[in-house]
Design a protein around this ligand. Structure first.
Ligand SMILES: Cc1cc2nc3c(=O)[nH]c(=O)nc-3n(C[C@H](O)[C@H](O)[C@H](O)COP(=O)(O)OP(=O)(O)OC[C@H]3O[C@@H](n4cnc5c(N)ncnc54)[C@H](O)[C@@H]3O)c2cc1C
Length: 437
């Protein structure tokens, strides 16, 4: 039987960052199992006919300069743009600035009055953003939105947009389901913004490498022991008592094997991982909810709209919830789009039918204005956004504590069943490795 000190599952950002952190402290006794043929997980990049597309729109906002420096130092020759973001909401045929709740004064007068009236009389509109957790009476995400922003802002944007994205009843989500990614604004912020625009949010600028998001992943991989990734080899079972993992491999002679480990770090979606460990519970389907996202990447023969990086589409009759313009990052002369559509986890997705609808909607929304489609790619991200609920939080805490006792950790966006960005994955992986003596 093979044996390894640390068995890592997944060669996405999380798995690779864990391996890099181990190598950094002189420990190369690890193996990374990766079911796919390539590194990157959901942070892969596709190149086609001169277009560079990520699996879905990935833009980067680093809060830790030392992490950004560490990555950039491993990307010699790669052009990385720092871009002041231009993001909008497509509302009834016009663009208004993002976030919606701070820019209601850009709506037609009657709608502006409705929004201002409702937000003024909303139960918690005067709660300061940093006091929101303690002060909010709400018990779920939908109630929180109503309590803070009132009916009109919710009905015009916050409900339809988030329902399209999460593809679920927002009342099932935790109050804090979006964590720091939700742009809070109190009544003072909203009124002040009418005269002195300050739409800065957690991502006022972003960085983007010319070669796409995968360049950051490659930077992490460059710090990993060569040959450490076993590609096309999937974890299929974990015996927690014996500390033995079973795998199957499409490419390795022998097909399957057993690997003994001291520690195991998994970035597999948590619901699937607990099933592989045999510690799943009967109420799993109601504990672990998520949505899928279908991404269409489209390349056209001519330029489209300028001065926009991405836009949110709350209209229920429009299939997509977000569109991004890659060509406006590097000032390319051909429109290069990503288009995102949310689906419930059980949906059967007819990609071809959705493609036709999306192309029609892009024309109706004025994104495509006669340019010819010359290249395309699509992918379904499953899971894309996990649904954070009181139940998922409690169950994740309970099961991970039990797994830790056995030398097993489940981390990352899906292993941690959370909403986060790649920098968070790197921080978490490093902190985990640093916690081992
Ligand atoms: C729509 C969308 C937009 C996003 N935008 C941004 C953004 O703008 N900026 C940003 O920083 N982040 C963004 N993110 C988040 C970012 O993609 C994730 O934080 C990151 O990719 C998570 O990496 P991970 O390694 O934790 O998981 P994953 O990328 O899911 O990697 C897990 C890996 O494990 C492998 N695996 C799974 N099961 C098995 C198994 N049984 N055996 C072996 N291997 C297995 C998979 O093949 C995969 O390679 C976005 C995510 C989504 C969905």
């Amino acid at each position: 039987m093979d044996s390894v000190r640390t068995l890592i599952v997944g060669a996405g950002v999380t798995g690779l960052a864990t391996a890099a952190a181990l190598s950094d402290r002189g420990d190369d006794d690890y193996l990374i199992l990766e079911a796919d043929r390539e590194i990157g997980g959901w942070c892969k990049t596709v190149k086609k006919d001169g277009f560079v597309w990520d699996y879905s729109g990935h833009f980067f906002h680093f809060k830790h300069p030392e992490i950004e420096r560490w990555l950039v130092d491993r990307m010699p020759g790669q052009k990385i743009r720092v871009v002041k973001k231009k993001s909008f909401i497509a509302y009834k045929g016009r663009f208004i600035d993002f976030p919606f709740q701070k820019n209601i004064h850009q709506l037609p007068q009657d709608e502006f009055i409705d929004c201002l009236h409702d937000v003024y009389f909303a139960r918690s509109s005067d709660v300061k953003a940093d006091e929101k957790r303690a002060a909010l009476p709400a018990t779920n995400f939908k109630e929180m939105l109503s309590a803070r922003f009132g009916r009109s802002i919710c009905e015009k944007f916050l409900f339809p947009y988030n329902e399209k994205l999460y593809a679920c009843d927002l009342a099932t989500l935790d109050v804090d389901a979006m964590g720091r990614f939700f742009p809070y604004a109190d009544l003072t912020d909203i009124v002040r913004n009418m005269k002195a625009p300050d739409n800065a949010s957690y991502n006022a600028t972003f960085t983007y490498p010319e070669g796409g998001a995968i360049e950051y992943v490659r930077a992490i991989a460059s710090a990993v022991r060569p040959g450490a990734v076993a590609f096309e080899e999937a974890l299929v079972a974990v015996d927690l008592e014996r500390k033995v993992a079973r795998t199957t491999s499409a490419s390795r002679a022998g097909g399957s094997r057993e690997i003994r480990f001291d520690r195991l770090v998994s970035s597999v979606p948590f619901n699937r991982f607990v099933a592989l460990c045999g510690v799943g519970s009967d109420d799993e389907p109601s504990t672990w909810a998520w949505n899928k996202v279908l991404v269409h990447n489209f390349g056209f023969d001519g330029k489209g709209q300028r001065d926009v990086h991405w836009a949110y589409y709350p209209a229920r009759e429009t299939a997509f919830y977000r569109v991004g313009w890659y060509d406006n990052i590097f000032d390319a002369d051909r429109m290069s789009l990503y288009v995102e559509i949310g689906f419930p986890r059980d949906a059967t997705i007819d990609v071809a039918a959705m493609r036709e609808r999306v192309l029609r909607d892009l024309e109706r929304e004025g994104v495509v204005t006669g340019q010819r489609l010359v290249a395309e790619h699509s992918v379904v991200l499953d899971p894309a956004y996990v649904h954070i609920t009181q139940r998922s939080l409690a169950e994740h805490r309970r099961v991970t504590a039990a797994l830790r006792e056995r030398g097993v950790w489940s981390i990352g966006r899906y292993g941690g069943w959370t909403y986060c960005a790649i920098e968070d994955n790197i921080v978490e992986a490093r902190a985990l490795v640093a916690s081992w003596n």
